[in-house]
Ligand binder design. Structure first.
Ligand code: ZN
Length: 297
């Protein structure tokens, strides 16, 4: 049996060699995207920009910039991000589900809830427990203690954050990867009004706990907006096989999308506007964002 890391690497080669089979290429082509290979890192990616040579990773595309000529036509408040997801996905058959606790008592694989999919691990994923709905959206508060040292330094980390999950638990017959992809792609183009020219989508692979599958990472302006994982296969001692229950795992940071759509200098300005305004009033301190920018890279 391969480790998750080896499996991810192996499967990525398989998927890259046959993108039509593993990635939602019909929707991408219908939207005018074409497939390219990054001249810097070798990653396969999709873009509508004919002469684009590099992928969306900030290391290849030259850092991030969401403030100058921000490409999002719709500005969403922090809560507005969740409301927009519900507005877009509820009519497409996704049920709105309440968040789970941050202490993951039901989940023997972790102490604290670190991702939206953790709410459904392990028993919904294994098929032993029924999901609250076959397709759902959830605003899951998550704790990642590893992030704490970065709070205030990167401009994009919090002590806790809300991961909005778009999840689906579907049989082989019900699974429609193109549709699941379209649902979140249109949140970008319609929900926050992002031009296609500003979207770069990477082909990647994911593996964890013996399951694995292709995934697509969405970037704009050097910012990774979210990642959509299609868990479709599992390793067994007899070899790889298709899962009976396929799982969609897309998680987006509510603070990050608010920040991106509002073109604020950092995530805190977008997430805590009222608190920051009050602090400035009381302390009579005005922030110097130019100075901040130099430290927050
Ligand atoms: Zn690259």
């Amino acid at each position: 049996m391969l480790t998750d890391k080896q499996q991810k690497k192996e499967f990525k080669k398989v998927a890259s060699a046959d993108p039509e089979k593993y990635y939602p290429t019909k929707k991408l082509k219908a939207e005018g995207f074409s497939r390219k290979q990054c001249t810097k890192c070798g990653m396969y990616f999709w873009t509508v920009v004919k002469d684009r040579a590099v992928c969306g990773d900030p290391a290849c595309s030259g850092g991030f910039d969401v403030v100058t000529n921000n490409p999002a036509k719709v500005s969403l408040s922090y809560e507005g991000v969740w409301n927009k997801i519900v507005e877009m996905l509820e009519p497409r058959g996704y049920k709105k589900v309440n968040r789970y606790p941050v202490v993951a008592r039901w989940n023997p694989t972790m102490t604290y809830t670190i991702a939206s999919i953790a709410a459904f691990q392990p028993y919904v994923i294994t098929g032993e427990e029924e999901p609250p709905a076959k397709k759902l959206v959830i605003p899951q508060f998550c704790l990642r203690f590893g992030d704490i040292d970065n709070v205030g330094i990167t401009g994009s980390h919090c002590t806790g954050f809300v991961m909005i999950g778009q999840h689906a638990f579907l049989s082989r017959e019900e699974w429609n990867q193109e549709q699941l992809f379209s649902d979140i792609y249109e949140f970008l183009t319609i929900g926050i009004g992002l031009e296609k020219t500003e979207i770069t989508i990477h082909e990647d692979a994911w593996a964890g706990g013996g399951s694995f599958g292709p995934c697509m990472e969405f970037f704009s302006r050097g910012v990774e907006l979210f990642n959509q994982v299609y868990t479709m296969f599992e390793q067994t001692p007899e070899g790889n096989r298709e899962l009976r229950l396929k799982v969609l795992d897309m998680g987006l940071g509510m603070e990050r999308i608010a920040w991106f759509s509002q073109a604020k200098p950092n995530l805190y300005e977008a997430t805590f506007p009222a608190v920051l305004e009050e602090i400035r009033k009381v302390t009579k301190v005005e922030p110097d964002f130019e100075l901040y920018k130099k430290f927050s890279r």
